[in-house]
Design a protein around this ligand. Structure first.
Ligand SMILES: [Ca+2]
Ligand SMILES: [Ca+2]
Length: 295
């Protein structure tokens, strides 16, 4: 958990232990269990996966194994990276499954030791797990060092619609793109970042993903599978480094997809950056995945 959510949960625990009823607003009650935790990880020594898409998933810890939150870093690019998704994990027990998609098909096949290709791991409690990093990183919270053997995991069941965002008319100068899918939890009064897609350069030399140059512009499609649950409201922040300077120029490079019900995500959303107004401000969460170190 980040410090902010630790503090928040800590405050609620203090209230609970003093016998108070926790009241989020006049109409709803929110317990600590409802709030859940951030989905957060720092990876170390992932050098075997620099050109792989790496998937990080919170899934319900039951037979149904329904996806709750998903981060994709595409590709990993750097052996040491981290991300934070505030309040991504809600009520109930969730496991933390993550895997490097060596086979490049967007699904998990565990592992080289079991006729698959992908390197995959599972932590049983997405909200509370022990760091495995050693040496100078031993004190880092939520730190995971690349290790074998791998854990057998399977693709989770979809909770809702796949969020598919098609970015159109990106200039050739475009640098990183980062998409935050936010579930608006009105009962708990939280913005839960349940989806994260991060891409550092739209067009890679190894053309493995869904970006293409079309008439002197770049067009990209980003998919976050199964996250938008009908009956719950979602919005998305789309952060695009249009001028490729490696920084977010808030007034022109942050776009927002209007809040709508999860059922509205059944089709692809198109965002044409040449005709859409930028939101004019950074999302409250800031940029979630740390930019690559300067060369
Ligand atoms: Ca795969
Ligand atoms: Ca910029």
């Amino acid at each position: 958990m980040t410090h902010s959510s630790r503090l928040f949960v800590g405050a609620l625990l203090a209230l609970a232990s003093s016998g108070c009823t926790i009241v989020a607003d006049l109409d709803s009650y929110v317990s600590v269990d409802d709030i859940g935790c951030d989905l957060e990880m720092t990876v170390r020594d992932f050098s075997p996966h620099l050109t792989d898409r790496v998937f990080f998933q919170a899934v319900t810890r039951d037979d149904a194994q329904v996806i709750r939150a998903l981060a994709i870093i595409d590709p990993l690019s750097d052996p040491d990276r981290s991300f934070t998704m505030p309040f991504a994990v809600g009520e109930g027990p969730h496991a933390f499954n993550f895997w490097a998609d060596e086979s490049g098909d967007g699904f998990v096949q565990t592992s080289p030791f079991n006729n698959g290709l992908d390197h995959s791991w599972r932590l049983e409690n997405a909200c509370d797990w022990a760091s495995t990093c050693m040496g100078e990183d031993a004190d880092l919270p939520n730190c995971f060092s690349h290790v074998a053997p791998f854990d057998n995991i399977t693709d989770p069941a979809d909770a809702g619609n796949t969020v598919s965002i098609n970015l159109v008319a990106l200039p050739l100068t475009t640098g990183f793109v980062e998409i935050h899918l936010i579930e608006v939890d009105e009962a708990a009064n939280l913005r839960r970042v349940v989806g994260l897609y991060r891409r550092d350069v739209p067009i890679f030399e190894e053309e493995i993903v869904k970006c293409a140059e079309v008439g002197g512009e770049i067009e990209c499609t980003f998919e976050l599978r199964g996250l938008a649950v009908p009956g719950r409201p979602y919005t998305a922040d789309v952060i695009i480094d249009l001028d490729g300077d490696g920084e977010i120029n808030g007034p022109t490079e942050v776009f927002n997809i209007t809040e709508s019900d999860g059922s509205m995500y059944a089709g692809t959303i198109e965002l044409d950056v040449s005709t859409s107004d930028a939101a004019g401000a950074l999302p409250p969460e800031g940029v979630l995945v740390s930019p690559l170190p300067a060369p």
